[in-house]
Design a protein around this ligand. Structure first.
Ligand SMILES: Cc1cc2nc3c(=O)[nH]c(=O)nc-3n(C[C@H](O)[C@H](O)[C@H](O)COP(=O)(O)OP(=O)(O)OC[C@H]3O[C@@H](n4cnc5c(N)ncnc54)[C@H](O)[C@@H]3O)c2cc1C
Length: 422
């Protein structure tokens, strides 16, 4: 592996055969997360592909000329031509391997893969998921001098990193951009000494043996596991939804309703959370339209009564969204009547989607006691039904899912574990 500057670019990259080039920056958590993977892969693929690094801040003109807009960015070259897709952000080892393999013959790839040696590392605690729940547990465990590793399939921060503004986390007078809050939480835990293995593929989880396999070949063992893997909002599947997430489409009323003072919004859904959240959203908006797929709401009777009495709320039954389109500051929701198949366009300032959240438990769900909605059941110390396995945050069975409640769960689990291991 070699560090280059702009002066060496032509020789090392354009005339350098097969090359992987890492544009990195300092004070860049995703760059730090990439560094050990890059080093490790250079040992494996280094005879076939040249591994180069270039400091983006000092070679800014070259970065701009090549259209490199974020750090880290990995570029791949073959005989002076850029080859295969660029990788950026929280880069996974498996994605780099995929690109490297595409530059080599199948036989050579097979030979390289045969040299991969599985590794095993041991810790006291594995925390799966580095959102607020996992990060807080990591902080408390680290401060108790308990050897802890945090494993996340993405970069640390969880949902908070993608939340526009957080105004209800105590200790901050002004609302905080979500990415800043999650960055501070993550740095605090890392500074304490917790080991991070982030932007990895979690290949296998064995809760009974307390073993997690990451990136296929690395086994991490521990005495205890904390599951802090959070939830994923269900999507409606309508066109444009993924693109407009965070840009007019929201999945959290507590977080975003206040930004729609005196505006008009659409709510998709008709169950308890859609109806209760709609009631809350009308504290801010002047008009709210619920779009619900059935001819009756499925929320409990009490919540429904409130909704029907609320003059700001209008309900469109038997209707499903088919597309979300951004037009200036507005969002156009194309809605289809499921009975008549007639479509209409609804204009609004924003859309809230409440069609359920699913817990991220697909790797271990068969082993744990779950509630009727698939969330992990815990006792008051966050113990699950499997000895030595704890769960915290949004993934557990509970009534309120917020940053503060995830942080509280993480604290409780860590303190209970510290006492147990004492
Ligand atoms: C859009 C939005 C805005 C919100 N705004 C607010 C707000 O303003 N205030 C507030 O209090 N709450 C807010 N919330 C709720 C809040 O974000 C959550 O309650 C909180 O983040 C839960 O923390 P957590 O650690 O349990 O899970 P998460 O934050 O969901 O973190 C879970 C982590 O686990 C990782 N993970 C998932 N699967 C695996 C796996 N198999 N292996 C390893 N890691 C895995 C994920 O990558 C993620 O980093 C908002 C939620 C959303 C969706």
């Amino acid at each position: 592996m070699k560090e280059i500057t702009v002066a060496e670019f032509d020789r090392e990259v354009l005339n350098g055969g097969k090359v992987i080039l890492d544009f990195y920056s300092t004070e860049c958590p995703p760059c730090e997360a990439l560094a050990s993977k890059f080093e490790d892969l250079s040992q494996l693929y280094g005879k076939d592909v040249k591994f180069l690094k270039i400091f983006r801040q000092q070679n800014r003109n070259l970065a701009e000329k090549l259209g490199v807009k974020s750090s880290p960015t990995l570029l791949f070259y073959n005989k002076g031509q850029e080859f295969t897709s660029r990788l950026t952000g929280g880069i996974k080892r498996s994605d780099i391997i995929l690109n490297l393999d595409s530059m080599l013959t199948a036989d050579r790839v097979k030979e390289i893969k045969s040299r991969i040696k599985p590794s095993v590392s041991e810790f006291d605690i594995i925390i799966l998921g580095a959102g607020p729940g996992g990060l807080t547990a990591g902080l408390y465990l680290c401060q108790s001098k308990i050897n802890t590793v945090l494993i996340d399939i993405a970069l640390p921060g969880g949902h908070v990193s993608t939340t526009h503004e957080v105004s209800n986390y105590p200790g901050f007078i002004e609302p905080q951009p979500g990415y800043m809050l999650s960055h501070s939480m993550s740095e605090q835990t890392k500074l304490c000494g917790t080991i991070y293995k982030v932007a990895v593929d979690v290949t296998r989880v064995d809760l009974e043996k307390k073993e997690v396999v990451i990136d296929e070949y690395e086994t991490v063992k521990a005495k205890r596991i904390i599951i802090a893997t959070g939830t994923t909002p269900n999507l409606t599947g309508a066109a444009g939804e993924k693109e407009l997430k965070g840009k007019g489409i929201s999945y959290c009323a507590t977080c975003d309703a206040k930004y729609y003072n005196d505006k008009e919004v659409i709510v998709i859904g008709g169950g308890n959370s859609a109806v209760e959240e709609s009631e809350y959203i009308t504290r801010f908006v002047k008009k709210l339209t619920i779009v619900h797929q059935f001819d009756k709401l499925t929320a409990n009777k009490q919540s429904q009564d409130k909704i029907f009495k609320n003059p700001k709320i209008n309900i469109l039954f038997d209707s499903e969204p088919r597309a979300f389109i951004k037009e200036g500051d507005k969002i156009v929701t194309e809605v289809e009547n499921v009975k008549t198949k007639k479509r209409q366009k609804l204009n609004s300032d924003g859309v809230f989607i409440f069609v359920g959240m699913k817990p991220n438990i697909s790797l271990f769900k068969d082993k744990l006691e779950l509630d009727n909605w698939g969330f992990i059941k815990t006792d008051e110390d966050m113990r699950t039904s499997i000895h030595g396995v704890y769960a915290v945050g949004d993934v557990i069975s509970k009534k309120y899912r917020q940053i503060t409640t995830a942080v509280a769960d993480g604290t409780i689990a860590a303190m209970a574990i510290a006492k147990e291991l004492d």
